[in-house]
Design a protein around this ligand. Structure first.
Ligand code: DAH
Length: 341
């Protein structure tokens, strides 16, 4: 029996008449009634399902009891309408509804779009080790790319550091799961930067990884073009550029036409008219091998999105610092975007 359907029925049952209330009681609250029967069937279900269904059934019974009690109290004192007591001229003491943080809104929007393609969530720690942040990702010991990212080391002698990218989660997932894999890993990352309108010591990324037999660059391109046109709108102009990352072979970056200046040139796009929104590529065979995945059998692609960058372009926010300063008026202005998430 579908509990959602039953809940609909409990919520919408007409309790305005005495007959309605009697038949409601008869159907839902009587001993041997429908809820009682469903509860007695619980022991035949597997443990986890039993727990969840038990909780929902109990909540449903409470709801039915509450609705009935409320309907009965209204019917016994019809003259006590709440309006009779209300002073309609009284000034409203505004209860300000809260607002989701713009970065959460954007993150949730990205996750929803990829969940439609079958991606699931993965997670990893912010305090990482050298293996997951660099070595398994094919950074050689004195590879210049290690300097590309200024790292906060916690304990250099043990290689403990704050992760500089969410690519660490690719490694963690591939180490413990066999393909086929399709995961998205959102999270905070840290870099030793001077705080300015364009850079911060921490920001947020979303890493994507897809590994299976026969995955090609065409899959990478189709997936990311689907995402970007859904996210920014179908008229958005994209530009693919060849790039380099130690953990991908081939590597690319994708730019979109700057939405802040419409391509005319502004500080956000460094007066080029284009803004980079993601890095991506085909997972380097060395990375698959480092995680115990056979590179002769499997191929994959990966990508990394900057959440602040997406939010900046989506909401046209010129200064990164606004995302972390908790200015009340700034945050409150996102209350109208609740539908995004
Ligand atoms: N980790 C890269 C960075 O922080 C972003 C990135 C690039 C992630 C390419 C990827 C990728 O998975 O394939 O700049």
């Amino acid at each position: 029996m579908d509990l959602a359907v039953l809940e609909e029925e409990v919520r919408n049952y007409d309790l305005s008449t005495a007959e309605g209330r009697a038949s409601f009681r008869q159907r839902f609250l009587r001993k041997g009634g429908i809820l009682d029967r469903l509860l007695s069937e619980l022991p035949t279900l597997p443990l986890e399902e039993r727990r969840l269904r038990g909780q929902r059934l109990n909540a449903l019974r409470q709801l039915a009891q509450q609705r009935l009690a409320q309907a009965e109290s209204h019917s016994s004192s019809p003259s006590l309408s709440p309006l009779a007591f209300a002073d309609l001229t009284f000034p409203l003491v505004g209860l300000q509804p809260g607002a989701r943080h713009p970065l959460s809104l954007i993150e949730q929007r990205v996750l929803t779009l990829f969940q439609r393609l079958g991606y699931t969530l993965a997670d990893g720690p912010e305090i990482e080790d050298d293996w997951h942040n660099f070595t398994a990702l094919n950074f050689e010991p004195d590879h210049p790319a290690r300097d590309m990212q200024d790292t906060f080391f916690i304990d250099p002698s043990q290689g403990k550091l704050l992760r500089t990218h969410t690519s660490t989660v690719q490694i963690r997932v591939m180490e413990r799961q066999a393909p086929p894999l399709r995961i998205l890993a959102p999270g905070r990352v840290y870099r030793h930067e001077t705080i300015s309108a364009r850079a911060h010591v921490y920001f947020h990324q979303i890493e994507g990884l897809c590994v299976d037999e026969g995955i090609s660059a065409a899959d990478l391109r189709a997936t990311l073009e689907y995402f970007l046109t859904q996210f920014f709108g179908s008229g958005t102009r994209l530009r693919w550029r060849a790039s380099y990352f130690p953990f991908t072979e081939m590597s690319a970056e994708v730019d979109i036409a700057c939405r802040i200046c419409q391509g005319k040139g502004c500080p956000v796009c460094k007066f080029t008219g284009w803004v980079e929104v993601l890095g991506c590529g085909m997972v380097d065979p060395n990375v698959l091998a480092a995680c115990g995945i056979d590179p002769d059998r499997y191929t994959g692609f990966a990508f990394g999105l900057g959440v602040e960058r997406l939010a900046q372009l989506f909401f046209q926010i010129p200064d990164l610092r606004l995302f972390s300063e908790n200015n009340y008026r700034f945050l409150q202005s996102f209350a109208t975007y609740a539908h995004l998430a």
